[in-house]
Design a protein around this ligand. Structure first.
Ligand code: GRF
Length: 216
């Protein structure tokens, strides 16, 4: 990889807080990356408005406009090709992806639980936090992982934990987990950009010198 900032595509289906975090980290000089492309799964998403406000190139690729997942994904990855994207970051993206071979190991996701707990189809947003509370967990957290053909199943890159409090609601827990997400995702992207992530089967090793998360 050259010294130029890594080029990201951010795919979203919601409010884009994750996109905003990446924009803010890049603007602050904490993450050496460039968001070359934002794709939303529907028109009118708050996340797409954030992309426009930040003057980022953005498109809607709505599954309903295509014959199926394959056709939708062709469009998504052809936009990524056109923009010269190095890494695709799912940021609250709620559709399954058909990842072409050339993007294997180049698509990441962040999930708001400590996988493999509380992942899979239907486990998104407050459903995750409600399930964590119902189960009586004492810790929760977030997971950044590479994406494969299944929901929330690809090799894990980073996890960060937080406590679950007796008086938590899904909302209060979601806020505490999101604080960890704002640290974990930029860091995973940075490690990728530095070529420090080595995937062997299910295991992702962080190679080279330096801490996995700054200051720790
Ligand atoms: C977060 O919970 C993240 O873990 C999941 O989507 C949520 C963020 O969505 N992947 P958004 O960035 O607020 O749209």
């Amino acid at each position: 990889m050259s010294d130029a900032p890594i080029k990201l595509a951010v795919l979203l289906s919601g409010t884009g807080r994750t996109l905003q975090n990446l924009i803010d980290r890049i603007t602050a000089g904490d993450l050496d990356a460039q968001i070359s492309l934002v794709i939303g799964s529907r028109a009118g998403l708050v996340g797409l408005r954030r992309a426009s406000d930040a003057k980022l190139m953005n498109f809607v690729v709505d599954r309903r406009d295509f014959a199926g997942v394959e056709e939708q994904c062709k469009q998504i990855f052809s936009l990524c090709d056109d923009a010269g994207v190095d890494l695709v970051c799912l940021a609250g993206w709620l559709c399954l992806l058909n990842i072409p071979e050339k993007y294997a190991g180049r698509v990441m996701n962040i999930h708001p639980s400590l996988l493999p707990g509380f992942g899979g189809k239907g486990m998104y947003g407050h459903h995750v936090h409600q399930a964590v509370l119902d189960y009586g967990c004492k810790v929760s957290g977030c997971t950044v992982h590479f994406v494969d053909a299944d929901y929330d199943k690809g090799p894990i890159i980073l996890q960060r934990a937080c406590e679950v409090r007796d008086d938590d609601t899904p909302d209060t827990l979601a806020r505490r987990v999101f604080e960890q997400e704002t640290i974990a995702y930029p860091r995973a992207i940075e490690l990728f950009a530095q070529n420090r992530l080595k995937i062997t089967g299910r295991r992702v090793q962080v190679v080279g010198a330096g801490p996995v998360v700054a200051g720790q």
